[in-house]
Each structure stands twice: as C-alpha cells, then as structure tokens.
Design a protein around this ligand. Structure first.
Ligand SMILES: [Zn+2]
Length: 299
C-alpha cells in the first residue's frame, strides 16, 4: 500500500468514527430526554420489560446511574422549557449544578448561564448564588466560632493567647494581630511594575501570595490559589500592582472574567457574586475575551 492510500484509509476510519461518535452522544441525549415519559406511562411494562432500568439498559445501553440522573433531571426541567433546551443541546451534566436552584421564573436566567459557563464555573456560581439568596444563611453577618475555623493550636500557644487576650475579647485580640501583621506586610510591599511583560515578578508574586498564604482570596473560599488575577485587567494597564493582583482559585477566576464579581475594584473582602454580568464596559469585556483565549496559569 502506498503512503497516500494508507493516509486516505486512516482519514476515512477517523471520519467515520467521529461521525458515529457524534451521533452516539446526540442520540444518547435524545434517549435521556424520552426516559421521564417512558417512566410516566410505564411503557417498559407494556413492552414486557422487568423495570425501567432493564428497558434502558437493553435498548440503549444506559447504566442504572444514568437512568436515575435522567429521571431526576427530567422532573426538574418538566416546567422549565429553556433548561430543557439546554439539556437537549449539552446533555444533563450541563444543568446538574443548578437543577435544584432553578424555578420556572428563573428558567431563562439559568439556561443562559448553563449555556455560557463551563460546568465547573457554573458550580462555583451556583454556590455563591445560594449564599447571596435571601433566606440563605449569610455567614458574613454571623459570628464564627474558632471551631468553625477549624483552628487547632498547641497547649503552649493556647496558654499564650489566653494571656494576651486577658480581660478583653477574642475579637479585639485577633483584630490587633491582623492589624500588626498587615502593617508588617505593608512595610515590604513592592512597588507596582509598569510597562510590564505578562510574567509577574517574583517579589510581587510572593507578596501577594503571603497575604492569603497561597489561598483564593474570594470571601469564604479555602481553595488553593491557581491564578494571580489582575482586577485592573493587565491587557489594558500593562501593570503588575501588588494591591490589585488577587490570588484566586480556578472557579473564582473564571467568574471574575465572566464579569460576575461585584465591587471587583475594591479589596476582595467586599466582593460578592453578581446576578448579571455588567455588559456596559466594552473595553473590559474585550480584555476578558483576550484573557479567555490566552488563558495560562500565572507563574
Ligand atoms: Zn476561590
């Protein structure tokens, strides 16, 4: 066989596999969407199957988990036509993070989000959304006990802390510590680097990471920092400013670039999740688009 015919053969094998594979996924989604009604009318029984699991396994190769997920999502989107469309386009995984959250009133809103966002980003967004919902437990306003912080200290340190607190409150003592620590950090704050290259200089990077000890700065998040995020988009400023470079985990960085963080120009303790992206600042969006296309972890 010549090289040419060999190439043609390989291409044709690939083309066919690709074509069938694409149809497998699409047809699987179609089966998934039919299943809730199959269950409702007990069609499996009328066709002589033991139960719906057997029906779906024998006829479509679906696992029991897949059947359960299909029935669950089916119930969730029954009264939500927009989300139903998303399921048809992207499969049930695409709406799973928000299936419990969406209502007929918010159907369109969530369908838009599920179309735009990756599953990962949608998950983080849904989590923040739940927190900011009226009626949801707002932990910013509550007192947090040491046990909630999962703080464990050696007996010797506990004794010292107790003495330092004395007749005062833990709040006062901790605030004192924080102020002192921040003051100390501030003394070594590097100056911003202007006309910079993409790469963040080690001095600035270290300063920024020490502030959260390598953790995402989004309120309540305890994930490891994956990106140094420029709240004043680097693509526009070409500056690495230690005050506006914020360590973020993957999900929160994606939310920032989706324009979904409120008060982004303020320190992160004031950040909240936005319900709608700000679509007025074109320049910003352009920069975010650029970032999305050239995404690379910093450092
Ligand atoms: Zn985070």
């Amino acid at each position: 066989m010549t090289n040419l015919t060999q190439n043609a053969l390989e291409n044709s094998l690939h083309e066919r596999f690709y074509f069938y594979g694409k149809n497998v996924l699409e047809w699987k989604r179609k089966c998934t969407l039919l299943l809730p009604e199959i269950a409702k009318y007990r069609i499996w029984e009328k066709k002589g199957f033991e139960n719906i699991y057997e029906y779906a396994r024998i006829l479509a190769g679906m696992s029991a988990n897949a059947v359960n997920a299909a029935l669950w999502v089916g119930r969730k989107v029954e009264d939500k036509p927009e989300l139903k469309k998303v399921v048809e386009e992207k499969g049930i995984g695409a709406i799973r993070p928000i299936a419990n959250l969406a209502t007929p009133e918010t159907d369109k809103f969530w369908a838009e989000k599920a179309r735009e966002m990756s599953k990962h980003t949608l998950e983080a967004y849904a989590k923040e959304f739940k927190k900011s919902c009226p009626g949801a437990k707002n932990y910013y306003e509550n007192q947090i006990l040491f046990s909630d912080l999962n703080m464990q200290v050696k007996a010797k340190i506990a004794e010292k802390l107790q003495k330092l607190k004395g007749q005062g409150s833990w709040d006062d003592l901790m605030e004192k510590f924080i102020n002192l620590y921040e003051q100390k950090l501030g003394e070594n704050k590097p100056i911003p680097q202007e006309n910079a290259k993409r790469y963040v200089p080690a001095k600035i990077k270290n300063y920024v990471l020490v502030k959260t000890n390598n953790t995402c700065a989004f309120p309540g998040c305890t994930k490891e920092c994956k990106y140094l995020h420029h709240t004043w988009r680097f693509a526009l400023t070409k500056t690495h400013d230690p005050d506006t470079l914020i360590p973020l985990c993957k999900a929160h960085e994606h939310l920032a670039h989706a324009g979904l963080i409120e008060n982004e120009s303020q320190p992160p303790e004031n950040w909240k999740i936005k319900l709608e992206a700000d679509k007025t600042s074109e320049k910003w969006l352009k920069a975010d688009k650029w970032v999305a296309e050239h995404r690379k972890p910093s450092g």
